[in-house]
Ligand binder design. Sequence first.
Ligand SMILES: Nc1nc2c(ncn2[C@@H]2O[C@H](COP(=O)(O)OP(=O)(O)O)[C@@H](O)[C@H]2O)c(=O)[nH]1
Ligand SMILES: Nc1ncnc2c1ncn2[C@@H]1O[C@H](COP(=O)(O)OP(=O)(O)O)[C@@H](O)[C@H]1O
Length: 295
Amino acid sequence: MADRQMPEVDRVAANRAAVAARQARAEVKARLRSGGLTPEQVLAESLDPETSAHSLRVTDFLLCLPSIGSAKMPRILAELTISDKKRLGGLGIHQRQRLENYLALRRLAAQQVPRLTVLAGPTAVGKGTVAAYIRENYPTISLSVSATTRAPRPGEINGTHYYFVSDAEFDRMITDGELLEWATVHNAYRYGTPRTPIEDSSRRGESVLLEIDLQGARQVREAMPEARLVFLSPPTWEELVRRLVGRGTESTDEQQRRLATAQVELAAQDEFDEVVVNDTVERAAERVVELMNTL
Ligand SMILES: Nc1nc2c(ncn2[C@@H]2O[C@H](COP(=O)(O)OP(=O)(O)O)[C@@H](O)[C@H]2O)c(=O)[nH]1
Ligand SMILES: Nc1ncnc2c1ncn2[C@@H]1O[C@H](COP(=O)(O)OP(=O)(O)O)[C@@H](O)[C@H]1O
């Protein structure tokens, strides 16, 4: 019956019921986020039309799960071939089975050692600064030390900031399969992640952070699908420009080239699991570490 034809008393009752249902769903989401309810419990409850789990949207359900953000959720829905309009109670048998399987795989993966986290983002957004802040303030996080063919800058220590190697040595590392990923960055020098230290840290159950460029992040995604990819974003485009110019390490021409690359890199953030805005270094570092400690 259309709203305007409904007697006033019924309309008030219907509105009250809608508010109560929304509040009940909000409570389910809060308990899901806090771990008071497991995803499996909510999914089982949703079979009962009388429960608020029944009318919970699948999108809201997924967003309550750790390390699923607005960037990753659409990809999961596509993999499960579930419409973003679906509610849990409205899932078809096969859709429900696929969602149950997905949850089972996540639980299995979560029991494995803490995962590899990649921090990438446009040049001059502050990746290096945030990574250095984490190295100095979060001793439990181990930072991958990359190999590079570029020369060290003043203050950079071989083996701490980078392994500074020759082109020939870098070629050998590639040939011998010693690099988890590598890339030529800014059409200049090559950078790559030595594989062994990553594997050793993972075996020790350590949380490992890679601060690498977008090309490298894509290779890690291919090589280690369980890795978590975090995109570091500037508060605004203007702030990114200010940081690049303010850093003063590139010529004006090079700055223009890097800003053009940054435009492309900013468009790639949807490929990432999480986006962290680097408004202040401290807050950005805290958010990245918080994500690394979230299974
Ligand atoms: N693919 C990849 N990129 C890396 C690696 N190490 C550093 N980078 C990236 O290389 C770029 C250049 O870093 P750097 O030489 O420190 O100077 P920058 O010009 O100040 O960014 C940055 O975007 C880093 O994220 C690595 O091991 N692999
Ligand atoms: N949160 C921030 N606020 C202001 N300036 C920042 C912030 N993070 C980094 N910077 C500055 O921005 C510039 C680029 O940082 P850098 O770490 O070199 O970027 P990237 O490693 O992403 O290329 C540096 O001068 C750095 O001091």
